[in-house]
Design a protein around this ligand. Structure first.
Ligand SMILES: Cc1ncc(COP(=O)(O)O)c(C=O)c1O
Length: 496
């Protein structure tokens, strides 16, 4: 982009536009930039950065492609469907096509095991879940008001909820000691902290299943949340955009099911809102299909007036309505997607375990929450960043550090596993094995060189058993040509 105004005084943009509310000054986005500069390509750039920082679901794209080939009438842009072109191209009702809202309502029910029904008239459209969060924050809070958000949380919330609305996020600190469960105590601490600071709390926002943890909330915790928001008279916004990424038990329980168990005088439904999108569950982030499902009539009314800012294009609504009306396809898609995610997750975590890396036990999501605390030179966020830089610049994997998810403890990293094919996954795993091996060798050399007893402690920084080490040594990839590791691990150097 060139500038034509070099001799003129610059007219500044708005304070909000010029501020850093976009949230892009974060290693989460830095990792993406590193990938963009040097993207892995098996033929053109085999030593490039592999993108493991993008929560995309590409494992079932073939099923959608097949459906599109078999159903040309579903699109107005094919010979088979162009007879609907004029009608659909002219459609611009903010409510959305009735068949689209119906299709989404039925799909949401299916994904939740048909244990609950959704009313199409409560669906408000938005540009992806991103637009839905912006819309709900605008509807519920004034500038300066706050939402409580349990940590670790999706980094995009800092932008989506706050940038245009002037709303604040207050973290609810969750800990690894109980697998990052949300406790009443943590909620109360965050709430009381806000009250003491004179900040008005307007709501609690949760992501279930969680990004980045890949876990689902149990019923007791959900009830605690419902009780808490009713007691404080604040809103509860549940981002359920990973609902269909569940690949094993325990079941995903939607807030829609939980509130069914309450009488009206114990739960004020006006406080409950769901954010949904087809970006993750159907792997269609480019279609920008997001919705707010609110039990609050005022929010539905206001949201609908606003939805013109981020309407889903009518041709997308038309196509998705056709696809979702095909029950057989939808059921097969949900089951197959879950099976493929289970396979990918099982394989990846098993291969990590073989080299001594463990992840938080999870049952959903497009990622794992990897525990590298033992690889940190010290338990600080600085050390987390040192290791992250090694992983991105030397191992050439873009994973995202826990600090970018506002995790309260250093040493956790989110690794996306569903945005690549099997071959790329193998290369990523080969790089991880080489990395671990390099560290073991580096540490062993140091142990041999040092006669001091402290050396033992140093060796244990990567605490693997001898058997585990033997296993890693035998792995075929340890000398992989894809290994970007230099002869001596920079991680070892970083520690010294
Ligand atoms: C929890 C969560 N909410 C919202 C979004 C944004 O989704 P969309 O692509 O539908 O805007 C993401 C994307 O990663 C996410 O993880």
């Amino acid at each position: 982009m060139g500038s034509h105004s070099s001799n003129r005084t610059r007219v500044p943009l708005s304070r909000m536009a010029m501020g850093n509310g976009h949230g892009e000054d974060s290693p989460y986005f830095d990792g993406w930039k590193a990938y963009q500069i040097d993207p892995f390509d098996p033929a053109e750039n085999p030593h490039g950065v592999i993108q493991m920082g993008l929560a995309e679901n590409q494992l079932c794209a073939d099923l959608i492609e097949e459906w599109l080939i078999d159903h040309p009438e579903g699109s107005i842009c094919t010979a088979g469907g162009s007879d609907k072109f004029r009608d659909i191209a002219n459609f611009q009702d903010y409510h959305g096509l009735p068949k689209f809202r119906n299709g989404i309502a039925i799909f949401m029910g299916k994904v939740r095991g048909n244990r609950v029904k959704f009313d199409p008239d409560r669906i408000v459209m938005s540009g992806g879940a991103t637009g839905a969060h912006d819309l709900i924050a605008f509807c519920l809070a004034d500038p300066g008001d706050a939402f409580l958000v349990p940590t670790p949380y999706y980094p995009g919330f800092d932008r989506d909820l706050c940038w245009r609305t002037g709303v604040k996020i207050l973290p609810v600190n969750c800990k690894s000691s109980n697998n990052f469960k949300i406790t009443k105590k943590a909620l109360e601490e965050a709430y009381n902290g806000a009250v003491d600071a004179g900040i008005r709390v307007k709501g609690l926002i949760i992501t279930n299943p969680s990004n980045p943890l890949g876990t689902t909330l149990d019923r007791a915790t959900m009830k605690d949340l419902v009780d808490f928001v009713n007691e404080m008279n604040i809103h509860l916004v549940c981002d359920e955009i990973y609902a269909a990424t569940l690949f094993r038990g325990p079941d995903f329980i939607s807030i829609a099911e939980v509130i069914e168990e309450y009488d009206d005088d114990c739960c004020n439904r006006d406080l409950i809102h769901i954010i949904y999108s087809l970006s993750k569950d159907m792997g269609l982030p480019g279609f920008r299909i997001g919705i707010v499902y609110s039990y609050n009539d005022d929010v539905v009314r206001c949201g609908r007036k606003m939805s013109s800012f981020g309407l889903i294009s009518s041709q997308t609504q038309h196509l998705i309505a056709s696809m979702l009306s095909d029950d057989e396809f939808v059921e097969r898609f949900i089951a197959e997607s879950s099976a493929r995610l289970a396979k990918r997750h099982g394989y990846f975590t098993h291969e990590l375990e073989r080299v001594g890396i463990r992840c938080l036990d999870s049952n959903a999501g497009l990622f794992v929450w990897m525990d590298l605390r033992e690889l940190l030179a010290e338990q600080t966020f600085e050390a987390e960043m040192v290791l992250w830089r090694v992983v991105i610049h030397k191992v050439k994997l873009n994973v995202s550090p826990g600090s970018s998810f506002h995790c309260s403890e250093p040493g956790w990293y989110r690794v996306c596993i569903a945005n690549m094919d099997d071959q790329t996954m193998e290369i990523a795993l080969a790089r991880i094995r080489s990395f671990v091996l390099e560290n073991m060798m580096g540490n062993c050399m140091r142990v041999v060189r040092s006669k001091e007893s402290k050396a033992v402690e140093c060796k244990l920084k990567v605490s693997f058993s001898n058997r585990k080490m033997e296993e890693v040594m035998k792995m075929p990839c340890s000398m992989s040509p894809c290994s970007p590791m230099p002869p001596r691990s920079p991680l070892v150097r970083a520690r010294t």
